[in-house]
Structure formats: C-alpha cells, structure tokens
Design a protein around this ligand. Structure first.
Ligand code: DMJ
Length: 643
C-alpha cells in the first residue's frame, strides 16, 4: 500500500519562521515575545500533524488497527496457508471482500487529518493578523491566569487559633488641650511623610524627598517591595488614618510579591516586613497581612541552611541562596541580626500552627547558651560555618543591640513564662554593666563598646534605645533591682538628651564620645549626621510610661520641633548631614523607620497609657506592636493549632 505524501505536504505548507518574521519585518529585534508565541503556535500545528501521521498513516501495524474499525476481524495467528497475510502476528480475514470500502475509509481519514491541519493553520494565521499589542494582551491574560492560580494556592486559609487578648487598640483623646495639640502635630507630620511618599515614591522602598523619587538601599537588594508602606501601616492605624491604611492594604494585596530575584537582609526584612505585617494583622484583623507575612517567612527559611543553623545575613528570595556581609569579621553572621528574629518567629508558629519557625530561633538560642562568652559578654560576630565567635567586639549599639532587647521581650511576650530568656537577659546585662557602662567626669552615664579587651568610650545613637530597655526590664529583675534599672534607664535617657542638647540643631549625632574632655559630642565628621532615627525618643516614651515625669514629654517635644524645623522639606522629611551646622546639607532619604518608629513613639508619648498598654503588647525592634501570647507560651503547648 502506498502512503500519501503527508509529510512533504506539511513541510511545504508550514514555513514557520518565514511566516512569523514576514508579518513583522521591521520589528525583529523588539518582537521576541510575539515571535516565540507564533513559533509555539506553528510548532503545535506541526506536532498535531505528526501526531496524526503517527496514528493514521498506513505503516503496516497502525493500518491493521484501523481495519478493526472496518469490521475486519483480527485473530492472533501465524498460519498463512488460508490466503490471509501474516501481519505482525495478526491474520486479516476478508481482505478481498472489502478492499474498496477500506480505501474509502482511508481516504476519509486522510481528509480529516488535512482538515484538522488546515484548521490549525488558519488559527495560526488569525493570530498573525493580530497586532503586537493584542498578542501581548493575550500573553498577559495567560500570565495573569497562572499568577491567580498560584495566588490561590498560596492563600490557603491558615488554621484558626485563639485570638490573643487585643486590648488598647483604640483610646480616647488626651483630655489636656496642649497634649492633644502636640499629638495632632505629630499626626500632621505623619500625613506629610506619607502623602509625599505616596506621590513620589509609591511602591519603592523609601523616598528621596528632595529629588522626589523612590529610594532603596542594599538591605532590600534590588527589590521594590514598598518597605515604607509595610513599615508605616500600624502607625497609620493607631493614628486613625484609616483611608491611608486602606491604600496601603490595597497595594499590599495587589502588589506585594516576594518571588523576586533579590538578595535581602534577613534581619531587616524580618523586623520591618514580617513585624509590620503581623502588627497590621493583629490591629486590623485583615487576613491578607497574615498571609503575606507567612509567605515571606517561607522565603527567609533557606537562610538557616548553614552548617550550624545560624542564618546567613542575606538571602536571595527567589533562589534561597544565602551569604554574609563581606565586611563582617571572617564571614561571620551578626549577633543583632540572627538574634533579632525570636518575637516574629514565635508569632509565625503561633499563627500557622507550624513549629518550623519556633524551632529555628530556639536552635539559635540553644547554640548560644552552650558557647563560652569572654567576660560573660556576647561578641557581635559568630561564624555560621564553624560555630565560633569572630572578633571579640561587644556592643549594645549597632551589631549587638536588639539581641539583648529580644531576650527581654521574649520573656515579656510569653506572658513571663519564658524564664530561660529572662535569665539570659539578666546574665548579659550584668556583664554589660560590669564591663561597658561607665560614668563620665561630668557625671553622664554612658555605654561604651568592648573591643578586644578595651573599652571604647563612645556611644552610638542606636545605643540610646537601651534606656528604655532597662526601664522595661526593671520589673522582674534579679535580686529585685527594679529601682536600680529604672534609675539606669533614666541616666541613659539623660545622657542621650544631652547628646541632642549639645548640638546646634537639637538633634542627636550618630555617635558621640566621652574622651579627652569631650562629653556626649561627635568628633569625627562622619559621625555628625542624624538620619531620623528613633532610639532617643523611644527611650523617652518608655521612661514616660514608667515614671510619668513630664520632662520626657518635654524632651520628646523638643525633638519633634527640631525634626519639623530642620528635616522637613516640601517633599517629605530628610536626614541631615551635620547636626552641629546651622545650615546642614540634607541626605535626601526619608527612612521607612521614621514612619514606623520615630513618629509612632512621638504619637504614643502624647497619648494616654491605655493606647497599646505594655502589659498586653510588646514592641518589636522596629516599633511594631505584637500581643502577649497568653495561651501559647514558648513551648506552644497551649496552642490548639500546633502540629
Ligand atoms: C531600626 O530599623 C530598628 O530600630 C533597628 O533595630 C535598628 N535601627 C533602626 C533605626 O535606627
């Protein structure tokens, strides 16, 4: 039996690349996507054809199968003596009686294949008639469908858990008119920061208020994840800026996507994004924030894949590949980074019922407990490959700070059940007091930095948060030294206020010395800047809550006025490069923590104490309030969703 030349036919009728390029001869370079699409269409037509040929062409065995349909009978047999033909073990009977019908049927099938093929080609031609934009739109629709599917998969509801006691989300206005006006002023500053970000930096991580465009730094990699939106949400909420809050929620719902090929800081993403999303979830009850927090946490988990389980400082959100900062002592991870995950990760386990997050941070804690500490101090650097300390530098400021803060807050957040964390905090603070805290000749208490056996008499703006931490940890301290720690907090607050008061702008420098006759002033030019940081105001707020000494409100108001006077520009708020200069240059960055922390602490300073009471809420290091987990202590045994 001869085979009709279907393959040459298809070869002649489908000159794929010629058709595609002929349609858009002058767009060759720019039409790569469309060409791929067309090529795919043509390929699929070609495959259809081959598929047809494979099944329908009269190669011997296939042909016999069609004969089944022709009512011939196939009988397994090898005997050819009865005039039948041996075809692959089957004997065809009645070959002579219906050859005509057989040929007709074959012809019918060939026609059908041709018709199908023609149809596929027609469809391909129709596509080619479409404009580039139409084809793009179709591709986009397909992509959206896939994205929607994936979203549905990611948005699987989480198991229900008992909602913690959410007390003090709202509060009455302060009765004192002066305080109310000050609070309103802070709210106005928040609006100014937010509206300019929305106008000029929307969706970018931060804002350049002078250039009036988006800004980002290496902590967010090359991502555009709207850090300011996420960081600002809970401040907007507690200030009653609900329209702005909803704008932020809408952006997050539609645009916040973590499948980006971007290498981000695990610590920064945890404290700003996961902390911000969790706080927004608890305050507003909107599920989207919880879901996004859990999705993001999943992207951070590969950072823990190190020989010791101490996470890398950075992780690529797409590939999961992690690494450490090039400048950190011999490839080390940083204490303040891997030690500032506990609060958020405990909440993630609580909300998901998945112990993976809890186990990761508890593993870090166990490992730290086993290690020797020089003079009882925790060095800032730890190598995640070897599990050994890097350089023996200890700081309560940058590189160390929030590790100590999270030990205390782990205890508070567990409704004071996590006594192991409290003990670690007490031990660490005792060593810090012994080796790092000193009084200057002028009577200012300061916290220095320990470097290879020597005390550097320098204190960072970051270190000023410790005043609030000492006050917060006073209650429940070892040997009932509550009074002592409250006093220590007050002394640090005073020193930090001096660092502001001794400048021209009444704003604090990045670092200040207690050396060579100098007290609480910056010496080096590159330590004279103020980048809208919150730590000093944070300490004023804690001290206000614990003492109600009006000087803390006074100091907070001084700082707010200085910020409004020297950092406010028409496009938002900017840091300044020299707080000792009467006409300082701007750094042109509106940091996301200005909205998350600085303005929030100021607002709380002029609010009643029943707004986010400290018995029920614990603020993460980015000032995102998380509720105390009364039911799920740190063993999570009280959590019914726990698996
Ligand atoms: C914030 O991102 C956090 O407070 C962090 O713990 C350290 N510093 C910045 C603000 O100064």
């Amino acid at each position: 039996m001869t085979t009709p030349a279907l393959l040459p036919l298809s070869g002649r009728r489908i000159p794929p690349l010629n058709l595609g390029t002929a349609s858009f001869p002058h767009h060759r370079a720019t039409l790569r996507l469309s060409e791929k699409f067309i090529l795919l269409l043509i390929l699929s037509a070609f495959i259809t054809l081959c598929f047809g040929a494979f099944f329908f062409l009269p190669d011997s065995s296939k042909h016999k199968r069609f004969d089944l349909g022709l009512e011939d009978v196939l009988i397994p047999h090898v005997d050819t003596s009865k005039g039948g033909k041996n075809l692959g073990g089957y004997l065809i009977h009645g070959q002579g009686h219906d050859e005509h019908r057989h040929r007709e049927e074959e012809e019918r099938l060939r026609n059908k294949i041709r018709a199908d093929h023609e149809k596929a080609l027609e469809e391909a031609k129709e596509k080619l008639k479409k404009s580039r934009d139409e084809i793009r739109a179709e591709i986009q629709t397909e992509k959206n469908k896939v994205a929607q599917e994936m979203k549905k998969k990611d948005s699987k509801p989480l198991p229900p858990v008992p909602v913690p006691n959410l007390i003090g989300i709202n509060s009455e206005d302060p009765t004192d008119k002066d305080i109310r006006e000050k609070r309103d002023k802070i709210k106005e500053m928040m609006k100014h920061a937010w509206e300019n970000y929305r106008q000029y930096g929307w969706g970018h991580n931060e804002l350049k208020p002078i250039a009036r465009k988006g800004h980002s730094t290496n902590i967010f990699g090359n991502s555009q994840m709207g850090a300011t939106i996420v960081d600002a949400l809970d401040t907007l909420y507690i200030m009653g800026l609900h329209d702005e809050f909803r704008e932020g929620q809408d952006w997050i719902d539609k645009n916040l996507d973590f499948s980006v090929n971007s290498e981000v800081s695990v610590f920064e993403v945890n404290i700003r994004f996961i902390g911000g999303l969790l706080a927004a979830y608890y305050l507003s009850g909107q599920e989207v924030f919880k879901l996004k927090a859990v999705q993001l946490a999943g992207k951070l988990l590969p950072a823990f894949n190190t020989p010791t389980g101490i996470p890398w400082a950075m992780v690529n959100l797409k590939s999961g590949v992690g690494r450490n900062w090039g400048w950190a002592s011999a490839g080390s991870s940083i204490l303040a980074e891997f030690g500032t995950l506990h609060m958020e990760f405990v909440h993630l386990s609580y909300l998901t019922g998945d112990p993976v997050y809890y186990n990761k941070v508890m593993h870090i804690r166990k490992l730290l407990q086993k290690m020797d500490r020089p003079n009882g101090l925790y060095p800032n650097y730890l190598n995640p490959r070897t599990g050994r300390w890097g350089q023996h530098h200890t700081s309560v400021g940058g590189l160390g700070d929030s590790f100590y803060e999270y030990l205390l807050k782990a205890w508070l957040m567990s409704d004071k059940m996590d006594t192991e964390a409290r003990k670690m905090y007490d031990d660490a603070i005792e060593a810090i007091e012994k080796h790092l805290i000193r009084k200057s000749n002028g009577g200012l208490t300061y916290i220095g930095e320990w470097k290879n056996g020597h005390l550097e008499r320098k204190m960072g703006h970051l270190t000023c948060f410790a005043g609030g931490m000492f006050a917060l940890g006073a209650d429940g301290s070892r040997d009932d030294k509550a009074g002592h720690y409250l006093q220590l907090g007050a002394e640090i607050a005073h020193t930090c206020h001096e660092s502001y008061d001794r400048t021209t702008l009444k704003l604090g420098p990045e670092a200040f010395k207690f050396d060579g006759g100098l007290e609480a002033v910056a010496v080096r030019q590159n330590e004279k800047y103020y980048i809208l940081r919150p730590e000093v105001i944070e300490t004023y707020w804690y001290m206000w809550r614990f003492t109600h000494d009006p000087k803390y409100r006074q100091w907070g108001w001084e700082a707010a006025q200085a910020i409004d006077k020297y950092c406010r520009v028409s496009g938002g708020f900017s840091g300044v490069k020299d707080v000792y200069s009467s006409s300082p240059a701007y750094d042109d960055v509106q940091q996301s923590f200005f909205l998350a922390e600085t303005l929030k602490y100021l607002y709380l300073l002029f609010s009643n104490d029943d707004l986010l009471p400290l018995d029920n809420w614990v603020f993460n290091t980015e000032a995102h309030p998380l509720p105390v987990l009364h039911l799920a202590n740190t063993t999570l045994s009280g959590n019914p969703a726990y698996r």
